[in-house]
Design a protein around this ligand. Structure first.
Ligand code: NAP
Length: 263
């Protein structure tokens, strides 16, 4: 299937590793030009070099923290200076700290709000007018299965990703007639550095091996394995494509069947 995005410009945030990088690779393989960000410039530039070599795509890497509105403004300016427009926005960020309600003070809530919610609002505000003026745009937010089934001990993530979901669903209706779609994609347990780190942390805490920690997760997943970033990126690329032109306002999981509800 030709996804119809050759020559489109995609801005993918938090994309030097993991899910963001996998989405960037898939979009580049489909012919899109890329603007990528992450906070650590060296890792980001290495990723940009690897994607250019693998796909021949034009790739601009801009070191930026999506939790910082000034960085977001600079990132979008750099994208416009290089490519003139942004057709596809994929919002992603690092995960907020784990913890219960009692473990987070006001500063933690503020920081998580800037990281997970304000970043999506600011990025969207910056690129939406151009998409509407051209009559074509794709906004895809990477959230989590936690928006449909909260995960114990992830108070900040469960709360703020739900806010992003409400914002995106409302925006999807507001801009639907202008050719811009707004969707969310929900990763389940997917094999990235973050998940390997979480498995090591759980292993140390509970005096088990990292494999045993991973097994506790996979025992809850009907497919009995973690997802691979490429499996996640395949749906992400489709939702960003011309072929997904009649899909908006959705929240779709890529989770090996982890969510059990009828939605
Ligand atoms: P990862 O492998 O740790 O990669 C995170 C990427 O985001 C890196 O490129 C990192 O680079 C960048 N980043 C982190 N904070 C950033 C910031 N403030 N501004 C800009 N870039 C930032 O993580 P992942 O597993 O791909 O997870 C991506 C998102 O999906 C996270 O929010 C995570 O909570 C969520 N999620 C993941 C899973 C899973 O199983 N993997 C499941 C559900 C939800 P720098 O550190 O250099 O900035």
């Amino acid at each position: 299937m030709d996804l119809g995005i050759t020559g489109k410009v995609a801005l993918v945030t938090a994309a030097s590793k993991g899910l963001g990088r996998a989405v960037a690779e898939e979009l580049a393989a489909e012919g899109a030009s890329l603007v990528l960000c992450a906070r650590t410039d060296a890792t980001l530039q290495a990723t940009c070099t690897a994607i250019r070599a693998a796909t021949g795509a034009r790739v601009l890497g801009v070191a930026a923290d999506v939790a910082n509105p000034a960085d977001v403004a600079r990132l979008v300016q750099a994208a416009l200076a290089e490519f003139g427009q942004v057709d596809i926005l994929v919002t992603n960020a690092g995960g907020p700290p784990a913890g219960t309600f009692e473990q987070h003070d006001a500063a933690a809530w503020d920081a998580a709000t800037r990281l997970l919610l304000s970043s999506v609002v600011e990025l969207t505000r910056a690129v939406l007018p151009g998409m509407q003026a051209r009559g074509w745009g794709r906004i895809l937010n990477i959230t989590s299965i936690a928006v449909k089934q909260p995960v114990a001990g992830l108070m900040l993530s469960n709360s703020l990703r739900a806010a992003v979901t409400g914002m995106a669903r409302t925006l999807a209706t507001e801009v639907a007639a202008s050719g811009v779609t707004v969707n969310n994609i929900l990763p389940g347990y997917t094999r990235t550095e973050r998940v390997e780190h979480l498995a090591s942390a759980a292993a140390t805490r509970d005096n088990i091996s990292p494999e045993q920690a991973t097994e506790r997760w996979t025992s809850e997943i009907p497919m009995r394995r973690l997802g691979e970033p490429r499996e996640f990126a395949a749906l992400a690329a489709f939702l960003c494509s011309e072929r997904a032109s009649y899909i908006t306002g959705t929240s779709t999981a890529v989770d090996g069947g982890w969510l059990r509800g009828l939605y």
